[in-house]
Design a protein around this ligand. Structure first.
Ligand SMILES: CC(C)(COP(=O)(O)OP(=O)(O)OC[C@H]1O[C@@H](n2cnc3c(N)ncnc32)[C@H](O)[C@@H]1OP(=O)(O)O)[C@@H](O)C(=O)NCCC(=O)NCCS
Length: 179
């Protein structure tokens, strides 16, 4: 009788330039209509290190394989979820929640008082994830997603002064960033 396979929990770490190829593979599968280019990931990572850093990008890896990624931009006290994505075979295992928790932790470190995001109005799955973390819908950007002229739902997470966005996360247990 074969021994049961124990699923490996993906590890979260800082995204580095050598991850871009793997990330692009997932990006094209998960955002077929408006996938980011290689250049967009390079320019985001160019702002993610050093004392002037304004970005936090992470990947979830299973062994050598990238199975998820996410990024946050911080401008003053405003944070912006730039992207979050999980390989389909890992959906509904909590990985999306772990990636979002890491971004909200970074938003706290950047001293953001608010975190915003845009999400396609038809992306109910993602909206449920964000609502679980306390994000609230505040408006629409008409025809934001091209092609297809799909509206964006704008969502916001505001935090109690001094507590930081991570305070609202449903599963904050200890430090996970091991970039
Ligand atoms: C949106 C996305 C990031 C969510 O990732 P995910 O890993 O499935 O997220 P989670 O597993 O944390 O949560 C998803 C659901 O699984 C449930 N879940 C979480 N852990 C679970 C577990 N261990 N067992 C069973 N269900 C679980 C959650 O409760 C949640 O359920 P709900 O949808 O009923 O609220 C992912 O679907 C994705 O990459 N989509 C394509 C890209 C995209 O749309 N990104 C967002 C752009 S705005």
């Amino acid at each position: 009788m074969t021994a049961p396979v124990t699923p490996v929990t993906p590890v979260l770490r800082e995204m580095r330039w050598w991850d871009i190829d793997s990330v692009l593979g997932l990006e094209k599968d998960l955002f077929p209509e408006d996938a980011w280019s290689r250049g967009m990931f390079w320019s985001e990572l160019a702002h993610s290190r050093g004392p002037e850093a304004t970005r936090r990008y992470v990947v979830a890896v299973e062994g050598e394989r990238v199975v998820g990624y996410a990024g946050l931009a911080a401008q003053g006290d405003l944070g912006d979820i730039q992207t979050i994505a999980v390989a389909r075979e890992h959906w509904s295992t909590g990985l999306g929640g772990r990636l979002l928790t890491e971004l909200l932790r970074a938003a706290t470190a950047f001293e953001c008082a608010e975190v915003m995001l845009e999400c396609r109005v038809d992306n109910v799955r993602a909206q449920r994830l964000y609502e679980r973390f306390g994000f609230e819908p505040i408006g629409f950007r008409r025809g934001y997603y091209q092609p297809g002229n799909v509206d964006a739902l704008v969502m916001r997470l505001t935090t109690a002064p001094g507590s930081g966005p991570a305070a609202g996360s449903p599963s904050v247990q200890g430090t996970e960033s091991n970039g």
